[in-house]
Design a protein around this ligand. Structure first.
Ligand SMILES: [Zn+2]
Length: 402
């Protein structure tokens, strides 16, 4: 992926270019909306976490070489955080007293995370620095934590439904916590690194990591033979219990004023990974296709070529740009390709490759007595020639359909 979306800066590290940054901002805004709907509050934790906290939970030693450890000038240890359970639990443990009336508490952030990948690959899918939304929840009982867990899973479902790319939700690896309280969200793709087992009969699905012998499996519920697919993991939900609150002394005060351990959950969405994965799933050859809701711009307007007969139609571009970017569903979502030394044909091809869903050409026919405009839907390659009025009606319809 390049196309002014991202740029590889060094092995496993990418810059988001202006168009890519717009996609990321749209995705973050969509996630923020769904987080607000479940009363999750956004904060921002330092990217460096004290190594001391990671030593307390034991993860300083158990995480392995993927953990990036750094020291300051006083030889104090830090972790360039891949995740923030230690950091956020330590923060909440210092809120004293935290009353049971203040629960549930749901805190999240969207920040860079770090992992020292041995072999960064597949561009943004596996790299050393990536953007992740991580949410941490605190409840006063196991039952309440399960209610929270289900609410968050529903919010994640809404995020993926609104993106609109078919996804799979499977039972994930719970480690030694037990129960069925870890789920993974995947996009099905040939380059996916996870193997998923799906039951077409009863709908049960799991990550093959959970199965002792993934080569010979039938559904534990209905006995049907399972189907194997590969997926790109883009989200993970986890009921943690008291694993972190216990080691980091995070309590709340119950009705009798006595301290009790907080019941926790943690939930991640790979923001930069979702961007890369939807492109992987939807796109063909060198043509990007974006989900409507994430396209960097929804409309690309192409101006007449400089020195051409149709140059006189240029005022139409300014008018359309202004009008459309005020229309419901298109606010500030119009880009004008005014590189008027290039032919219209070349710019249309580039616009299709970048994946702007709608391309409007102001060319020869805009000079006719009744000006006409060419509209290309780059997702279906459907081309229409429409009058000003019909063009605006068409845009309204497309926006409502999405
Ligand atoms: Zn089954």
């Amino acid at each position: 992926m390049d196309y002014g979306i991202v740029s590889l800066r060094s092995n496993g590290m990418f810059a988001f270019l202006p168009l890519g940054q717009r996609v990321i901002s749209k995705l973050v805004a969509l996630i923020d909306e769904e987080m607000r709907s479940i009363s999750a509050q956004k904060l921002s934790l330092p990217l460096l976490t004290s190594g001391h906290l990671w030593k307390i939970t034991g993860r300083w030693d158990t995480t392995g070489q993927e953990l990036i450890k750094v020291q300051d000038r006083h030889n104090k240890d830090y972790v360039l955080s891949p995740t923030h359970e230690e950091s956020v639990t330590n923060l909440v443990s210092e809120v004293y007293p935290l009353s049971h009336r203040q629960l549930p508490l749901r805190l999240y952030q969207t920040t860079s995370k770090f992992r020292d990948e041995m072999k960064p690959r597949f561009g943004l899918l596996r790299c050393k620095e990536f953007l992740m939304k991580d949410l941490y929840t605190f409840d006063d009982s196991e039952e309440a934590a399960v209610v929270t867990y289900n609410e968050i899973c529903n919010a994640y479902d809404r995020v993926f439904q609104r993106i609109g790319v078919p996804y799979l939700k499977v039972a994930g690896d719970c480690g030694n916590i037990g129960g069925n309280f870890s789920h993974e969200y995947h996009y099905q793709a040939a380059i996916g690194e996870d193997t998923l087992l799906l039951c077409n009969a009863c709908g049960i699905s799991t990550n093959s990591q959970l199965v002792a012998n993934p080569d010979d499996v039938s559904c534990t519920k209905c006995g049907n033979q399972l189907t194997k697919v590969t997926g790109i993991e883009v989200g993970h939900t986890f009921l943690l219990g008291t694993k972190y609150s216990e080691s980091l002394d995070a309590h709340y005060q119950n009705e009798k004023g006595k301290p009790e351990l907080l019941q926790m959950g943690c939930y991640g969405l790979g923001v930069s990974r979702i961007m890369a994965a939807v492109v992987e799933v939807l796109s063909q050859d060198e043509y990007i296709t974006w989900p409507w809701i994430l396209a960097p711009f929804k409309v690309c307007l192409i101006t007449p070529k400089k020195g051409s007969k149709e140059e006189g139609a240029k005022p139409w571009v300014d008018h359309l740009a202004e009008y459309i970017s005020c229309m419901q569903g298109f606010q500030n979502d119009v880009i004008v390709d005014d590189r008027d030394k290039l032919t219209i044909g070349k710019r249309v091809t580039e616009a299709k490759k970048t994946g702007y869903p709608l391309i409007i050409v102001v060319g020869k026919r805009a000079c006719e007595t009744v000006p006409l405009f060419e509209v290309i839907d780059s997702r279906s390659n459907k081309v229409q020639v429409l009058s000003h009025k019909l063009l605006l009606n068409y845009l309204k319809e497309v926006s409502i359909e999405q």
